[in-house]
Design a protein around this ligand. Sequence first.
Ligand SMILES: NC(=O)c1ccc[n+]([C@@H]2O[C@H](COP(=O)([O-])OP(=O)(O)OC[C@H]3O[C@@H](n4cnc5c(N)ncnc54)[C@H](OP(=O)(O)O)[C@@H]3O)[C@@H](O)[C@H]2O)c1
Length: 287
Amino acid sequence: MAIVQNWMPPSRENWELISYYWQFFPILTGVQWLIDWYPQGKTSTESRFNIPGKTGWASMESAGFITLMYIMYTLPRELGIEELPWGNWTMAGCFVIHYINRAVVAPLFLNPSMSPINPLVWVFAFLFQMINAISIGGWLAGYGPTTVYDWAGRAWIMEVGLVIWALGLLGNIFHDDDLREIRRAADRKQRKEAEKTGKAAEGVDKIYMLPKNGLFKYALYAHFFCEWIEWAGFWVVGGWNCHPARTFLLNEIATMLPRSLQGKRWYEKKFGKDKVGSRKAVIPGLI
Ligand SMILES: NC(=O)c1ccc[n+]([C@@H]2O[C@H](COP(=O)([O-])OP(=O)(O)OC[C@H]3O[C@@H](n4cnc5c(N)ncnc54)[C@H](OP(=O)(O)O)[C@@H]3O)[C@@H](O)[C@H]2O)c1
């Protein structure tokens, strides 16, 4: 059943239109190079319109995988496709696994605290999720490969792509958790103090330290870098012609690169250039 006729799930014409224009998203991210205002995370600002960090992340990031699954289950029926090949479901599975972690497990169950989000950032992230899910979902659910023959002879390259994807995902999870450990350790310390002094613990909101483990030794946003590896692997699985996976990777880099450079400036200001040392912003040894 279509929620919005010809748009959700998208008709071929509308899907082509969306996925074509989605390639130009990096132009919009030019703004991030010009202005430093990014009211989220480390650089969040106080505003009575702010959305609480955990529910903000969960709601904006869930939009993508829910939309993708909806398209996977509705579009093939509309197009008269009886069964999608396993390659399509493998890629959909990769996407959903990533976002169940990002949108549900991490913010709602693992992260000790998350800074509030300005509604404008929430809206942009939500739109990113929706458009990206339509672009990838349309390709996977009927406008890309539709039979096992479309995947024929690609098993080995898909395996390579899946290994890259999994390494990127594990690296992303490892480094995300290293950041969490900073606040978990602060929480443990505060609780001990509270037990001794009888005063209530202050809470761990906005507690920051320089992360030091894994690739953080070489780049302050190593978790972003690992996520790029993950989506590069996803593109390898889909193959050179999987333009929605390519667009997704390039769009992520376009928005996360200026964010990580801004983050490096933030770390240098907070902890001093000498403490940050020779660490790069996002790609070890490079940027
Ligand atoms: N930002 C993007 O544009 C973007 C786009 C696509 C995917 N992602 C992915 O989403 C995940 C989270 O992204 P993000 O932009 O929220 O990353 P982030 O700014 O590094 O924050 C991640 C989490 O760790 C906390 N944190 C960050 N630095 C810390 C430090 N030095 N000490 C202690 N805690 C620290 C943050 O708390 P606060 O919230 O209080 O700062 C937040 O809860 C990453 O894995 C990233 O790959 C991000």
